[in-house]
Design a protein around this ligand. Structure first.
Ligand SMILES: Cc1cc2nc3c(=O)[nH]c(=O)nc-3n(C[C@H](O)[C@H](O)[C@H](O)COP(=O)(O)O)c2cc1C
Length: 153
């Protein structure tokens, strides 16, 4: 059984909906060989990262950057994970009121240092909330979990 870890900051009902949608997609009935877990960025640890075969990070854009909670997570795991988690497949989704580009750039810059392997471009869910956002988040979870099961990511 492979393991997928989803780490997100969850400051609002919408961001909780998105994270749950990613998890639901990852737990698609046809993806039976992957165990998926959602952790609040405040609680997630380096051990969680060691145990994971792939990681999805989720953040809001705050002050044009990643959220403080996701940054705190990355600060706590950075040195424990450095040189122990190289090549780990990862993906990112961002919820932003504006364009979300600052959040994408800031997460990617940090993760570049960890030498994780990006599986796809970031999913950015920006502007006014749209009813289709959870479906996009669900698809992300399903895509990464299916890729992990198939060994294609
Ligand atoms: C302190 C703070 C700073 C924020 N800065 C930005 C920002 O720079 N760019 C942006 O697009 N949204 C910004 N936001 C909005 C968040 O991204 C927004 O709360 C998040 O997307 C969740 O939105 P929703 O729950 O209303 O869908 C900020 C929110 C807070 C609380």
């Amino acid at each position: 059984m492979k393991r997928l870890l989803i780490v997100a900051n969850l400051p609002s009902a919408n961001t909780q909906t998105l994270a749950q949608a990613v998890l639901t997609g990852a737990r698609h009935p046809e993806v039976s060989g992957v165990q998926s877990t959602l952790r609040d960025a405040l609680d997630a640890t380096a051990e969680d990262v060691f145990d994971a075969d792939a990681i999805i990070l989720g953040t809001t854009e705050n002050f044009g950057l990643l959220s403080g909670r996701l940054k705190d997570f990355l600060e706590r795991i950075y040195y424990p994970c450095l040189e122990r988690t190289e090549g780990k497949p990862w993906a990112l989704y961002v919820r932003a009121g504006n364009d979300g580009e600052g959040a994408v750039r800031s997460v990617e810059r940090i993760v570049t240092g960890l030498c994780w392997r990006a599986t796809q471009p970031a999913l950015v869910l920006s502007g006014e909330w749209r009813d289709g956002f959870p479906d996009q988040a669900k698809e992300l979870g399903m895509t990464i979990a299916a890729g992990l099961e198939l060994g294609s990511i």
